[in-house]
Design a protein around this ligand. Structure first.
Ligand code: C2E
Ligand code: MG
Ligand code: MG
Length: 704
């Protein structure tokens, strides 16, 4: 063990030498002898002795107490005074330097040794305690959580740097302050003070883990989310000496949570509210309006015109960029209380709060349309778009969010139908129409799937003899209740929905099979019965359905000789050359082509000769008006004489009385159909006509 080193401070050289000899004898290593206070300070700093043995009265300069003070402060080297003075004033001054020993001269060597030994070990123990404390402080200061400690009364005794940062108090300022003042825990929403877990830990003497939704309000009122937990500090005797509280800064987790919540309610592309948030706000607006009926709101649905085209032409990145650019344009036109949401694709919804005047709403809608129609500068392009906007007001009959959005959607489609760049207010009549249409569409699709149709046949007769020459196949839709829906009520819808092809082909097949069952029933000498089948121009103008039609016709084989396909002039409008070529092929395979409803369409008599047709059917509107309206009579006359010249057959439609029949015969018309002879009738009644001449069979009249 190294020997304990001593610095001797003594102005009397003889005494100093004597002292040195004694110390060496006692086993100490005397490093040096200083004779003044100043020298003592210097030597202590240079030699770092274990102990300074200090005389108090030194000849000149500072005295021993002053020198000791500086040495203790700067170097923490323990001082043992060795002096002849023990008066009160000297003792009091010496005490302030916290000496480790005080030996009075003259002294016994044993007494000096005891003093020095105690001083040496006490100082070592102090150093150990100090370094332990430093170490503990280091631990507390380097942990990432805030740590604060209080005494048993709840007064602050310690704050680590994290706690200093979070509370805004320095440890020095905080010490001695009440915990509630320094560590202000408030409730997340109300911002009201909540009970500090430290106080609970002190009261209950156990660890308290606090509620997770707590916020720490710092000195200037800013809050940080924290999860504090507090524990009492127990002394060895079981006494509570205070409490320690540890609290973690939860800002990052909170931000993450907030981000997740935001994502659930917002569209990731535009950062606008999404459908869920819109629904929520709309629901509140509805409830508000129900509580105070004077208030009102409006919902708008905006769709970018031809967005698909932009996406297809410029790519999705540009499409996305466009949507992002549109969002602020919308927001600029609205107040902060309004909501702009993106529902998906290019569809935006707008909730206008507190509007009751439809005019104001429409004005806003027009402003929005104008705003988005201004050029949009994107990264590599400058695009210009327009939108279609549907509006529904809170005064509408719909009372829930999804119905209101549906209504706005209907109005938006109405706006689209106007050609885009316009807005439409939802109105109930449109709604009813749309509802009816949707209902009809569903019904029609089911009818096609279940083949809920029937073909009726209307006799076409020789006007002079009333003999049956042909029949026209006319479809009926049989409803589950047995009623028959006439074709005018569903054929246009089927055409619109692109469902006409399967219908027409079914009629074609049913009617031609029917014809084959009739032929053997006809009298032996009779001309084989013909059948007229209506073809929608859509079937012919759409390539895919045309191929199917041609295959179906091909499969019919020989029966085609007796088939007359009725088409309207519209088939020639789109592409006359294509239609001409097609019909010539049909004619070559034995079928006839008849022009239906002649007179109602373009009815250009001048090009009739160019069309590949075998005959013309004069529309019933001319036949019906013929006896009263000289113009109509003249038209019928002109059609008949032209067809005569062109060698085309003519059938007059819709003959309802004998006067019309006679007039038509006078004008040279040979064939006709109409209620005068028979309405469209079920297939089983047609054979009753096979043998008939002058008179119409009695039963057919009643069975339309
Ligand atoms: P259309 O081809 O001109 O058929 C004649 C229409 O006149 C039939 O109406 C017939 O019932 C009606 N009619 C017959 N006699 C008289 C009469 O004396 N007075 C009056 N006012 N009308 C008479 P329907 O059966 O209601 O058919 C209407 C239209 O539906 C047809 O007109 C035709 O364009 C279309 N259609 C019928 N069946 C089919 C089909 O299978 N396919 C296609 N694409 N269209 C069909
Ligand atoms: Mg027809
Ligand atoms: Mg017709």
């Amino acid at each position: 063990m190294p020997r304990c080193t001593v610095l001797v401070v003594e102005d009397e050289v003889v005494i100093a030498m004597d002292l040195q000899a004694t110390l060496i004898e006692l086993g100490y290593d005397v490093q040096a002898i200083a004779t003044s206070g100043e020298e003592a300070i210097q030597q202590a700093a240079a030699l770092q002795p274990d102990i300074v043995l200090m005389d108090i009265h030194l000849g000149q300069g500072i005295d021993g107490i002053e020198a000791a003070q500086q040495i203790v402060e700067a170097l923490e080297i323990p001082i043992v005074y060795l002096t002849a003075y023990a008066d009160e004033a000297t003792l009091t001054r010496a005490r302030e330097t916290l000496p480790f020993g005080y030996v009075l001269k003259p002294f016994e060597p044993r007494e000096l040794k005891a003093n020095l030994e105690i001083a040496f070990y006490k100082h070592q123990f102090d150093q150990l305690l100090k370094s332990n404390r430093q170490w503990l402080l280091g631990v507390l200061n380097s942990i990432s959580e805030g740590v604060a400690a209080t005494d048993a009364e709840g007064l602050i005794k310690f704050l680590n740097p994290v706690a200093e940062g979070l509370t805004g108090w320095s440890e020095a300022e905080a010490i001695g302050k009440s915990l509630e003042e320094v560590l202000r825990l408030v409730h997340e929403f109300s911002q009201e003070l909540v009970e500090n877990p430290v106080m609970q830990a002190l009261k209950q003497g156990k660890i308290i883990n606090a509620d997770t939704n707590m916020f720490l309000a710092n000195r200037i009122g800013e809050t940080t989310p924290v999860i504090p937990s507090a524990a009492p500090i127990q002394e060895a005797q079981g006494k509570t000496a205070g409490a320690v509280v540890v609290f973690r800064d939860m800002s990052e987790q909170h931000q993450l949570q907030a981000q997740l919540e935001h994502n659930a309610m917002h569209d990731s592309l535009t950062q606008l509210p999404n459908r869920a948030l819109l629904f929520d706000r709309l629901q509140r607006a509805i409830e508000r309006t129900q509580r105070s009926p004077d208030s009102g709101f409006a919902v708008m649905l905006l769709d970018i015109d031809r967005f698909k085209f932009i996406n297809d032409t410029f790519g999705h990145t540009v499409g996305d960029e466009l949507l992002v650019a549109v969002a602020p344009r919308l927001l600029e036109q609205l107040r902060s209380v309004d909501t702009v949401a993106r529902l998906g694709g290019d569809e935006f919804a707008i909730l206008l709060e507190d509007v009751t005047d439809p005019k104001v709403t429409v004005k806003t809608a027009q402003r929005i349309l104008h705003a988005i129609s201004q050029p949009l500068p994107l990264t590599n392009h400058e695009l210009q778009v327009t939108g279609s906007l549907g509006i529904v007001l809170s005064t509408s009959v719909s009372t829930n969010a999804s119905d209101l959005l549906r209504d706005a959607d209907i109005a938006m489609y109405q706006a689209k139908a106007c050609g885009g760049n316009c807005c439409e207010l939802f109105d109930q009549a449109i709604h009813q129409q749309a509802k009816h249409r949707i209902h009809r569409e569903g019904e029609l699709r089911r009818a096609i799937a279940q083949v809920a149709f029937q073909v009726y046949y209307q006799p076409i007769v020789n006007l002079a003899t009333r003999q049956l020459v042909s029949t026209e196949a006319l479809i009926r839709w049989q409803k589950p209740d047995g009623s028959m829906v006439p074709p005018d009520e569903f054929i246009p819808l089927a055409e619109e929905l692109g469902l006409i092809a399967p219908i027409d082909q079914w009629v074609l097949q049913t009617a031609s099979r029917q014809l084959q069952t009739w032929h053997p029933l006809q009298p032996a000498q009779a001309q084989p019965l013909k059948i007229s089948i209506n073809l929608s121009s859509q079937q012919i103008n759409q390539n895919a359905s045309l191929i199917e039609l041609e295959n179906a016709l091909e499969a019919l084989g020989a029966v085609r000789q007796n088939i007359r396909l009725e088409v309207t002039e519209s088939v020639f409008i789109k592409n006359i050359d294509r239609a001409t070529e097609l019909f010539r092929r049909f004619q070559a395979s034995g079928m006839q082509i008849w022009l239906d409803d002649f007179g109602t369409g373009y009815s250009s008599l001048s090009y009739l000769h160019r069309l590949p047709i075998d005959g013309v059917k004069i529309d019933h509107s001319f036949v019906a008006g013929m006896d009263g309206d000289p113009n109509k009579l003249e038209i019928v006359r002109a059609i008949l004489s032209l067809c005569h010249i062109l060698n085309k057959d003519v059938i007059a439609e819709g003959i309802e009385n004998n006067a019309q029949r006679l007039l038509l015969m006078d004008l040279g018309c040979q064939y006709g159909q109409g209620y005068l002879f028979a309405p469209p009738i079920p297939a089983d009644q047609i054979p009753l006509w096979f043998d008939t001449g002058q008179e119409t069979p009695a039963h057919s009249r009643s069975s339309r």
